[in-house]
Ligand binder design. Structure first.
Ligand SMILES: CCCCC/C=C/C(=O)SCCNC(=O)CCNC(=O)[C@H](O)C(C)(C)COP(=O)(O)OP(=O)(O)OC[C@H]1O[C@@H](n2cnc3c(N)ncnc32)[C@H](O)[C@@H]1OP(=O)(O)O
Length: 359
């Protein structure tokens, strides 16, 4: 028998009493199930691109399609019951969690010296970007665009900057099947890259180690890229049956010339930090032993420069390309939507996952 209206109302009240913040992804699920259970299928207009929070909520609700109200009610009650037991058994907060700005699970965000630092924080997975991390980065960029920092910095925790798209993202197939998965992936990719195209303040990448895939391609949209001499830059798209994203099909030829861009984007040549510097993708390379110290000293000095002058200069430098970049992003995302359904891509991802499977 399904959950009664009383069970549902009691679950709604229990959510307010949870000891531990369940994180954005779970909150979105709760929101979507609540709306579906009380109002049925999503019936409101899609919020605008920059209304990130309401758009994330709308996407979550809309993704439930025609799920019956009774099933949504039951799923809501089950989800809350799971949260209650995990909240009760883990009320001892880990020290690491204390440091993180509330609401983020895959990032550590700090603000100091007028610098907002967004640190990718899944070191055990080489900071691979899972769906939650893409969403949290979009929220973090929106918040950073409005806070009182002058510059925003991305970096990675652990030995990698980022290993790119989390290939296990491909395994979580929704009820609508692989076509729906590919469609959702293309929407996520497009929204994600749009946030970088539109980011109004100077954006800096502190590339502390190897970078792969989308963590490399979006560097073409950053204003400064500082790299440790341990960093490498790798875009193995053909190996994965995939194609370039992050506007790199446009920015890379522009930055490094067609020949070198082709070597990276079609043939998957991995660049050292020195090579990436020589080709204009990296602003400056530092010895790993002094990387953090040198880079942060530099950035702290830059962060004292007048905020508005920097923002307006960025606008002048970047604005005339914005429309073009949005169009390129849309095109790259829609090509990838097709690619993700191809045998070439499916086989490459299966190959990675089966090699890594602990059998
Ligand atoms: C929705 C938007 C989509 C946008 C399109 C984006 C495209 C891209 O970004 S394409 C690039 C995708 N990335 C890759 O192909 C890299 C895959 N990973 C690797 O090749 C290797 O893991 C490595 C070279 C990055 C590191 O190798 P190694 O030093 O041997 O370390 P491990 O392989 O043992 O990694 C430790 C741990 O992390 C997991 N992991 C690392 N990267 C990924 C990843 N990209 N996706 C999923 N999982 C990843 C790895 O599986 C290990 O996990 P455990 O076995 O559970 O410890």
């Amino acid at each position: 028998m399904g959950a009664s209206q009383k069970d549902f109302e009691s679950a709604v009240n229990q959510v307010k009493l949870l000891k531990k913040d369940p994180g954005n992804e779970v909150k979105l699920k709760l929101y979507a199930l609540y709306k579906q259970a009380t109002e049925g299928p999503c019936n409101t207009p899609k919020p605008g691109l920059f209304d990130l929070i309401n758009k994330a909520k709308w996407d979550a609700w809309n993704a439930l399609g025609d799920l019956p109200k009774e099933t949504a009610r039951q799923n809501y009650v089950d989800l809350v019951s799971g949260l209650r037991s995990s909240s009760d058994s883990s009320s001892q907060v880990k020290p690491e969690a204390d440091k993180k700005q509330a609401g983020y699970e895959t990032l550590v965000i700090t603000s100091e010296d007028h610098i907002t630092k967004i640190m990718l924080n899944r070191p055990a997975k080489k900071n691979a970007l899972n769906t939650q991390m893409y969403q949290e980065i979009m929220l973090a960029l929106e918040a950073a665009s409005k806070d009182d920092s002058t510059i925003t910095v991305f970096t990675g925790s652990g030995d990698y900057y980022s290993s790119g798209n989390d290939l296990t993202n491909f395994t979580d197939i929704p009820p609508g099947g692989v076509e729906e998965k590919a469609k959702n992936g293309a929407i996520l990719l497009r929204d994600f890259v749009d946030c970088f195209i539109d980011f109004p303040k100077p954006l800096v990448a502190v590339v502390n180690g190897p970078a792969v895939g989308i963590s490399v391609t979006v560097l073409g949209l950053f204003d400064l890229v500082y790299a440790s001499d341990r960093a490498t830059f790798h875009t193995p798209f053909s190996h994965l049956g995939q194609t370039p994203e992050g506007c790199s099909s446009y920015t890379f030829p522009k930055i490094m010339g067609l020949a070198k861009a082709v070597e990276m984007l079609i043939f998957g040549k991995k660049l050292t930090a020195g090579e990436a510097y020589a080709q204009g993708l990296v602003t400056e390379v530092f010895p790993d032993s002094t990387f953090e110290k040198e880079v942060w000293t530099r950035l702290k000095a830059y962060s004292k420069l007048p905020r508005n002058a920097m923002r307006i200069s960025k606008q002048i430098i970047r604005n005339h390309e914005k429309e073009k970049l949005h169009a390129i992003n849309a095109e790259e995302s829609s090509i990838l939507q097709e690619r993700w359904l191809s045998d070439e891509c499916v086989n490459a991802v299966m190959n990675f996952l089966s090699q890594k499977a602990k059998l």
